[in-house]
Design a protein around this ligand. Structure first.
Ligand code: SF4
Length: 283
């Protein structure tokens, strides 16, 4: 069985930086805690805990971990930074620069009198970071088309649209078209991250290859961009979603001659290498 890797897969630039910043702290002999997962990947979370940076879910818990807190690449609301400082915590801020740009874009647009329409998931940490500190009257979060269609846009003549970075833009085309019809001054910031898109485009190339029998997607179970890859692959190929090589079931590949492999933007290289090695062994 031949194993083909997508031209582009795995860690994006933002996650590589986050990973590196924690490792630099470890090399300096520092320890601490990570607020939420540093990236949405269970292997990385386990490794970070081994290195002295376990995941915590409340800022206060960082007091028991050398009083140091890491903010993940997804970013945080400004009030969280203030709260950490008030608790006397030292912070390692690994917020991705693209996420920081969106925070700035939102602030500028609010100053300009816009209502903010965030296209994304209400419970996603990146989206929570954008909206937690905002006046609820000044923004809305939309994911399903029906949410856009049912909203009272007539009360908001000037709207700025931003996208959660890891969304698949094509799925939101109709959302934007609907808003265009109803909002006289609609401004769109294309904030979809190119790294996610590159992984998606490279996967589409694999999916277009008729000789590929199935696609293996590697990633964390909470990773939105990994789920998008699973969705895209599932539209045209049998798709197997695994967290690590240990999840691979040899029987699932019986009779297959060629398998494509991709990985979410928070999947470390060592997980990809282990999966490819195991697939080759199965083959
Ligand atoms: S997916 Fe894009 S926005 Fe998100 S952390 Fe990676 S580089 Fe940054």
């Amino acid at each position: 069985m031949e194993v083909v890797l997508a031209e582009k897969y795995g860690f994006c630039a933002g996650v590589r930086v986050a990973d590196k910043l924690v490792r630099i702290a470890v090399a300096k002999g520092q320890s601490g805690a990570i607020l939420g997962q540093v990236v949405h990947n269970e292997s990385v979370e386990r490794e970070m805990a081994t290195l002295g940076f376990p995941t915590v879910h409340r800022l206060e818990e960082a007091r028991e971990h050398a009083g140091r807190i890491v903010f993940s690449a997804h970013g945080i609301a400004p009030s969280v930074r203030t709260e950490a400082a008030a608790l006397g915590l030292a912070a390692i801020d690994t917020t991705c620069k693209f996420v920081t740009d969106i925070h700035r874009e939102i602030a500028r647009s609010l100053d300009d009198g816009c209502f903010i329409a965030v296209l994304g998931q209400k419970d996603h940490r990146e989206v929570i970071g954008y909206t937690k500190d905002l006046d609820p009257e000044r923004y809305g979060i939309f994911y399903d088309l029906e949410e856009v269609q049912g909203f009272r846009w007539e009360s908001h003549p000037k709207v700025k649209v931003v996208f959660q970075t890891t969304l698949n833009a094509e799925r939101f085309y109709e959302h934007v078209t609907d808003m265009r019809r109803r909002v006289p001054d609609l401004r769109i910031a294309d904030t979809i991250c190119y790294a996610t898109k590159e992984n998606q485009d490279a996967l589409r190339v694999l999916c277009a290859d008729p000789s590929i029998d199935a696609i293996v997607v590697i990633g964390g179970h909470h990773s939105k961009n990994t789920k998008e890859l699973v969705k895209i692959a599932g539209e045209s190929k049998p798709t197997i979603f695994v967290g690590t090589a240990a999840d691979l079931d040899a029987a699932a590949f019986a009779g297959m001659r060629k398998v494509g492999v991709t990985a979410g933007a928070s999947t470390p290289d060592y997980d990809v290498e282990a999966v490819v090695e195991r697939l080759r062994a199965i083959g």
